[in-house]
Design a protein around this ligand. Structure first.
Ligand code: GDP
Length: 524
């Protein structure tokens, strides 16, 4: 219980370029990195180890491996799980959110809420994950602070409750007011000699007022306004996903980062009892249980291996213990457990609730699996997320259709892609559905090298999926007015209605008001 209470397990959700890698490095700089699990990002001259799991990853210079960084801050242990973005945005990015207790939503001060942030936020909301907001790049011209608060409130129906507030507009940051101590201003001065880290100084209110004049006055007024409209941090509303504490800063100059790190320790929840499939809850002090939230296949033919990323949910994990896989009731030996992935693996001996361990030789495990020691427990299945990319898949060599079918079925079962079939196209031409196009590359690679059945993919011009019922699917397939197509997801038999755009969704709804379409998780 003591170790669990010390853990904070979180992820940063953001749109590419908002500054996630910069913030991650800044957090690690303040905190003491215990282990650095693989690459934060394999970009440019960034420090961090590029993962060597996949050939195409090297070719593209992106990190596919979901890295986990562990730091300590004020005697707490922070586990920061990476949410791959850019070209490597995929269903795995969403699955990472099944393994965290809190998310930091990173917003570019000039851009506000962006597409990928919206999608990731939707998943947080669906899973009831509390969100802390960090408005980044306040050292550059951007939008007004109040305007950004309005955007969060109106778009996400999430009440922003600033914990820090900027003195000076974006691009002219004079300092920050910590709302809990409005009698002072935190001033940041760039260090001479090109050091990235700005020095922090605490300035009493009277002096700040005299020195910053209008900027101070304006910030104080804005804060008062926010206070009157109920905009102060409310722990209960935050944990219920109804409000978000907001921080301002500039990750690049390390401004506001310490306050954010303190917030993760002070405000984010520690690992708590987790819901079970049977409706019960698994307390953190129960015997060991863990959730497989990501599987990583090694593409190296001479070293074909699977690594399972497991979030410890209860009890103590000890390397070498034999656990049970709930889905099959079969034992799984954890002789090789790693806390560090990528090139630099190191063994983990003990892990506590909130920690992530990597299990190698895990070909028998699947995403969503529960592992346990002691009485049988099982967590609810991992949700399937709304796909946005669709391709018909066919074997290059018709003579290898048996290997083709076997391979596609296994990749579906592993959760690498979703497989759909339609009456119109027949079972011979399944359709692959993915959250990010890179999932197709993985399929192509594995079909060729692992199942010896190279495939051709033919993209379909759909980008929106909604759930419907059989009658709704039939109506769509018969309709000549609405362009779209219905297919059945093999895994769970859900009927998906696919459309080229949201406009087509609306026209279906107008045409067939009796067949409602349900948004899927993370649907836009
Ligand atoms: P990611 O794609 O979200 O990981 O974003 P990066 O961390 O790679 O940052 C994208 C760009 O924004 C880089 O050029 C960073 O140097 C820059 N950047 C990140 N944080 C800040 C900041 O606080 N201020 C300024 N001016 N630039 C920043």
């Amino acid at each position: 219980m003591t170790e669990a209470a010390r853990r904070r397990t979180f992820a940063v959700i953001s749109h590419p370029d908002a500054g996630k890698s910069t913030l991650t490095e800044a957090l690690a700089l303040h905190a003491r990195a215990i282990t650095s699990a693989g690459a934060v990002h394999g970009k440019g001259d960034r420090r961090g180890v590029a993962s060597d799991w996949m050939e195409m990853e090297k070719a593209r210079g992106i990190s596919v491996t979901s890295a986990v960084l562990q730091f300590s801050h004020r005697d707490q242990v922070l586990n920061l799980l990476d949410t791959p973005g850019h070209a490597d945005f995929s269903e795995d990015t969403y699955r990472v959110l099944a393994a965290v207790d809190c998310a930091v939503m990173l917003i570019d001060a000039a851009k506000g809420l962006e597409e990928q942030t919206r999608k990731l936020f939707d998943v947080c909301r669906h899973r009831g994950i509390p969100v802390i907001t960090f408005v980044n790049k306040w050292d550059r011209p951007g939008r007004e602070a109040l305007e950004l608060m309005d955007e969060i409130e109106s778009e996400f129906r999430l009440r922003p409750t600033p914990v820090t507030w900027p003195v000076g507009i974006a691009g002219d940051l004079r300092g920050l007011i910590d709302v809990r101590d409005p009698e002072h201003m935190l001033r940041y001065t760039r260090m001479p000699g090109g050091s990235k880290e700005a020095a922090e100084e605490t300035v009493p209110a009277a002096r700040a007022a005299a020195e910053e004049g209008e900027d101070w006055e304006r910030a104080s007024e804005e804060l008062e306004l926010l206070g009157e409209s109920g905009g102060l941090h409310d722990p209960e509303a935050f944990l219920a996903g109804k409000s978000t504490p907001v921080f301002f800063g500039a990750a690049l100059s390390n401004i506001g980062v310490r306050l954010l790190l303190d917030a993760v320790v002070d405000l984010a929840p520690a690992p708590a009892a987790r819901e079970l499939a049977d409706g019960g809850r698994q307390p953190v002090d129960a015997p060991f249980s863990g959730l497989v939230f990501k599987m990583q296949a090694n593409m190296d033919r001479s070293h074909r291996d699977r690594i399972a990323f497991v979030r410890v949910c209860s009890g103590v994990f000890e390397r070498g213990m034999t656990v049970t896989r709930a889905a099959s009731g079969r034992p799984f030996a954890t002789k090789y457990a790693h806390s560090v992935f990528g090139q630099d693996r190191s063994s983990v001996e003990t892990a506590y609730p909130g920690d992530v361990v990597g299990l190698v030789n895990a070909a028998s495990l699947r995403v969503g699996d529960t592992l346990y020691d002691g009485p049988r427990v099982e967590f609810p299945p991992m949700p399937t997320f709304a796909p946005e990319h669709f391709s018909v898949v066919r074997p290059v060599d018709i003579g290898r259709s048996k290997q083709f079918r076997r391979g596609i079925a296994q990749l579906d079962e592993e959760g690498v892609v979703q497989v759909l079939v339609s009456d119109v196209r027949g079972e011979q031409a399944p359709v692959l559905a993915a959250v990010g196009p890179m999932q197709f590359d993985v399929v192509q690679h594995r079909m060729e090298f692992e199942f010896s059945a190279p495939v051709k993919l033919e993209p379909l011009a759909y980008s929106v999926a909604r759930a419907t019922d059989t009658a709704g699917g039939e109506a769509l397939n018969r309709s000549r007015l609405v362009h779209g197509e219905a297919m059945v997801r093999v895994k769970d038999q859900v009927v998906l209605a696919l459309f080229p755009s949201r406009w087509h969704v609306s026209s279906f709804e107008r045409e067939f008001p009796d067949h409602p379409l349900e948004p899927l998780i993370a649907a836009h």
